[in-house]
Design a binder for this molecule. Structure first.
Ligand code: ATP
Length: 425
């Protein structure tokens, strides 16, 4: 027998009972429709590694959408379908399961999205990125739990190797270059020697990939537990320079990423802050190139731009004589992640104090009087109100006004000076 490995006991040990029961029921239902169902991809890899992963990817030799509707009714699951790709997602309670029709893919030209047609599980595994991701577990009763490992994935897991399935893999889809580094560093594996050679040979193929797809890979990296390891390796191999030649991932970045993690929550990764640090030393022009190449969404583009904006004001922010209202003016409107990035990146004690003061206190300061209150006491709408509000903000920030009465005094004074000015002119 070519393959006698059965993962039933790993499945039962590592996956929640509700998902195990769902997989058994799904295999049975598929089989009653004369279809074969398989568990595939990362979850199979992680079962062999003994690591928790509940993102189930199922592949059916048959019709994934039809099967999803049949399975969905038994679970009262929410079903999302993509008829173009014949895939479906089932969501119920806290679970989410992807279901796809087994397919084969061909690449008309490097970097283009593949042409897809329905196929067998063998075809489906052959289109995958690395041997460790190209295994399946059969869910059909009678063969339940059997590992299908046509490319030596289990052996590569044993030897801690990331290996492509064939010599044209990076040419077909150069996003796999980034993906290989992500798995290598996440799992503490190594690129298999021939794969490393192919990667070096095919680095220029990254130019065939759209900015959107590269950005997606970068986002996946920034959501890893230790993205700096992937970026550092990408730097060594000349892959990072393909993102932008001015990007560097050396010990400074490693240190700053560690500090960024210490700041934040343990459950979410600070991807925005990582991005701000990664692009920290880029010039304004470089940043604009990168933003338009990778087509960052507005919120991320703002973080990167604000980080650079604050960095270009660091000299002013290092002035110990700066009044709170001046600090406010330099930082007002900036994204708080951009301020955090500068806090991490700058060495000046005074700058730190000023940035921290803004984060902890100044950004919340607000006068008691509003534009409406000013209108109600007879000040005409327009530039006058703006000028007074500005004065009130500054007085509050610099401690010259601490309550509503203080502010009313300031308005009175302003009105008197205004009148005197009018009489004089
Ligand atoms: P992760 O590996 O990050 O834990 P995952 O394995 O589920 O999660 P996805 O990015 O969701 O990874 O992809 C699912 C599977 O699809 C992968 O395991 C791999 O087999 C395959 N795959 C994803 N992207 C590619 C690609 N660019 N080329 C070939 N196969 C791919």
């Amino acid at each position: 027998m070519p393959n006698a490995v059965n993962l039933t006991s790993e499945i039962e040990k590592q996956l929640p009972a509700e998902l195990v029961e769902f997989m058994q029921m799904s295999g049975l239902l598929a089989s009653s429709r004369e279809e074969s169902l398989y568990l595939v991809g990362g979850v199979v890899r992680d079962l062999l590694l003994g690591q928790a992963n509940v993102d189930l990817d199922l592949v059916v030799e048959g019709n994934a959408i039809d099967l999803a509707y049949r399975l969905g009714t038994t679970k009262q699951a929410k079903i999302t379908t993509h008829p173009r790709f014949n895939t479906a997602k089932l969501q119920w309670n806290n679970w989410s399961v992807d279901l796809a029709t087994a397919r084969s893919e061909t690449y008309a030209k490097p970097g283009a999205l593949p042409s897809v047609k329905a196929g067998t599980i063998e075809n489906d595994l052959f289109r995958r990125d690395f041997t460790i991701n190209a295994m399946a577990v059969c869910l059909t009763p009678g063969h339940y739990g059997e590992l299908i490992d046509l490319h030596g994935g289990k052996n590569d897991i044993g030897h801690k190797l990331v290996r492509v399935l064939h010599g044209k893999s990076f040419i077909d889809d150069a996003t796999r270059i980034w993906r290989s580094l992500r798995y290598e560093q996440r799992l503490d594996f190594q690129l298999e020697q021939n794969t490393l050679g192919l990667l070096k040979r095919d680095i220029s193929m990254l130019d065939t990939i759209s900015g959107d797809r590269i950005r997606h890979e970068l986002e996946l990296i920034l959501n890893e537990r230790y993205p700096e390891k992937v970026l550092r390796r990408a730097g060594e191999l000349g892959v990072l320079a393909k993102l932008h030649p001015a990007l560097k991932a050396e010990s400074w970045l490693t240190e700053k990423f560690k500090e960024a993690r210490q700041l934040g929550s343990t459950t979410t990764t600070p991807a925005g802050l990582y991005l701000a640090l990664l692009t920290y030393n880029l010039s304004n022009d470089d940043i604009e190139h990168l933003i338009s190449y990778l087509r960052f969404p507005k919120a991320l583009a703002k973080i990167i731009r604000d980080t650079e904006g604050i960095r270009s004001n660091l000299q002013s922010l290092a002035d110990p004589e700066l009044a709170p209202s001046q600090i406010y003016r330099l930082l007002y409107g900036s994204s708080s992640i951009a301020i955090q990035a500068n806090l991490l990146a700058s060495d000046s004690v005074v700058t730190h104090r000023h940035l921290q003061l803004f984060i902890d206190k100044l950004r919340y300061v607000k006068p008691a009087l509003t534009g409406n209150t000013l209108k109600n006491i007879g000040i005409a709408a327009g530039p006058q109100i703006k000028e007074i509000l500005q004065l009130l903000y500054e007085a509050r920030l610099d401690g010259r006004a601490n309550n509503k009465q203080d502010e009313e005094e300031i308005v009175k004074e302003w009105l008197q000076t205004g009148k005197q000015n009018k009489i004089r002119s």
